[in-house]
Design a protein around this ligand. Structure first.
Ligand code: ZN
Length: 426
């Protein structure tokens, strides 16, 4: 399978002297899943040719935290406190959730991600094999973890990460202990040990709200990070922590020496009034920061362009510093840093030899003019709706806004039917 993208404006996301390389015009050739050339393509036969003349090519975006299966609950319970939203609305509905709901909600999420330029995501939920099926069908990538809460330590042996055999290398796994306030000390200690032995990364919610910190303080007399340290959670493990809003300076000082990434979810944190993560402080300490949307229940879309713009804007207002997270850094959070957070090191940049996850942005629109600075336009002016075509793993999965891997109308119809049954049947 070969693809030629002819005469396109290329943003590689590679850096030169600490700055992002400015976009330049070139052809891109993709063969057997990899980028084989960025330059002047030779006259040859290609299986597919895409005209890049009104397009900008950049790496597919990476959503570092979400719950695709919750897509059926979009708009079902907004404007509530996190704890009452979880306990009164989400947890009771989730008790009725069946496997097929995760398949149908997963397909809806994958469809939305393709249409807004996301080609890889980290997810935590239940019925993970059903989400894996939706990801496989959609043609994108996911690092899937099974959320575990209030579980005995023995259940770790049944985790998706230890038992699932993926049929495509687009699917990888992580462990998913839900959070310090929903897992016991014994469970988290055992989880850390099993992760160390197996080399499988861990995905967890951490330091999301002040209420979480209060609960952990009451129970254990320490902060959530100190509690996890007691569980020997970080030593020898690769940890992806969602939120990190209430990380203290001492936590950052400690965590910077570990293989630790934060997935910041600014829209969710704003909507649930959880706070604003110290993104600049984390980056300055050398901690890898990526961006995630969290579920559509607290967002309510999974458009990574909106998310990365919000990450950039709230970082500025948090520190009252307009330079806190500049546009180029915001793009890095959603590409190279996302790749690192998901342990998918080959992704997040366009370079010869790298895996071909490429999105083409339609820049022939008023909000991309005048052409002062495309990096600025992508962060401060663009949205997911500007994504025209998507290539993942060397295959075209959306061409001129038409998704080729999923039946869009059917996905939306079936998700709606399932949601009505799930949320309103007694
Ligand atoms: Zn979450």
């Amino acid at each position: 399978m070969s693809i030629l993208i002819k005469n396109v404006n290329v943003l590689t996301m590679e850096t030169e002297n600490g700055q992002l390389k400015a976009p330049f015009t070139a052809d891109i050739v993709v063969e057997d899943g990899r980028i084989t050339l960025i330059g002047s393509a030779p006259e040859a036969e290609y299986d597919e040719v895409l005209d890049g003349s009104h397009r900008l090519a950049m790496p597919g975006l990476i959503n570092a935290h979400g719950h695709a299966g919750m897509s059926l609950m979009r708009g079902f319970g907004d404007d509530m406190e996190l704890m009452s939203w979880l306990h009164d609305r989400i947890f009771p509905t989730e008790e009725r959730l069946v496997e097929n709901d995760v398949l149908l909600g997963g397909r809806l999420a994958v469809l939305e991600m393709i249409k807004t330029g996301t080609t890889a995501f980290a997810d935590m939920y239940f019925f993970c094999d059903k989400l894996a099926q939706a990801v496989e069908e959609g043609g994108i990538r996911a690092s899937i973890s099974q959320g575990m809460n209030f579980s005995p330590a023995e259940r770790i042996q049944t985790a998706f990460a230890l038992n699932y055999k993926p049929t495509t290398d687009r699917i990888t796994m992580m462990f998913g202990p839900h959070a310090p306030y929903t897992c016991s000390e014994e469970f988290l200690t055992a989880q850390a040990e099993v992760a160390r032995e197996s080399g499988i990364p861990i995905h967890i919610h951490l330091c999301e709200t002040q209420d979480e910190e209060r609960q952990i303080k009451e129970k254990y007399g320490c902060t959530p990070v100190e509690f996890l340290r007691r569980c020997d959670f970080f030593r020898g493990n690769k940890v992806l922590a969602a939120h990190g809003v209430w990380l203290h300076d001492e936590d950052i000082e400690y965590l910077k020496d570990y293989d630790f990434s934060v997935a910041s979810n600014p829209v969710s944190n704003l909507k649930l009034a959880s706070g604003i993560a110290p993104v600049k402080k984390l980056l300055d300490a050398g901690i890898n920061v990526a961006v995630g949307t969290d579920s559509v229940c607290s967002n309510n879309n999974i458009d990574m362009f909106e998310e990365l713009r919000t990450a950039c804007l709230v970082a500025k207002v948090r520190d009252l510093d307009p330079l806190a997270v500049p546009a180029g850094t915001a793009l890095q959070l959603a590409t190279v840093n996302g790749a690192k957070a998901l342990a998918l090191s080959e992704l997040g940049v366009l370079r010869e030899g790298a895996k071909a996850d490429i999105i083409l942005i339609d820049t022939d629109q008023p909000h991309f003019f005048p052409r002062h600075d495309m990096i600025s336009h992508l962060v401060y002016a663009a949205s997911g709706k500007d994504v025209a075509s998507v290539i993942c793993d060397g295959k075209i999965i959306m061409r001129d806004r038409q998704v080729l891997t999923l039946d869009e109308e059917r996905v939306m119809y079936e998700a709606n039917e399932a949601a009505m049954r799930l949320c309103y049947s007694k």
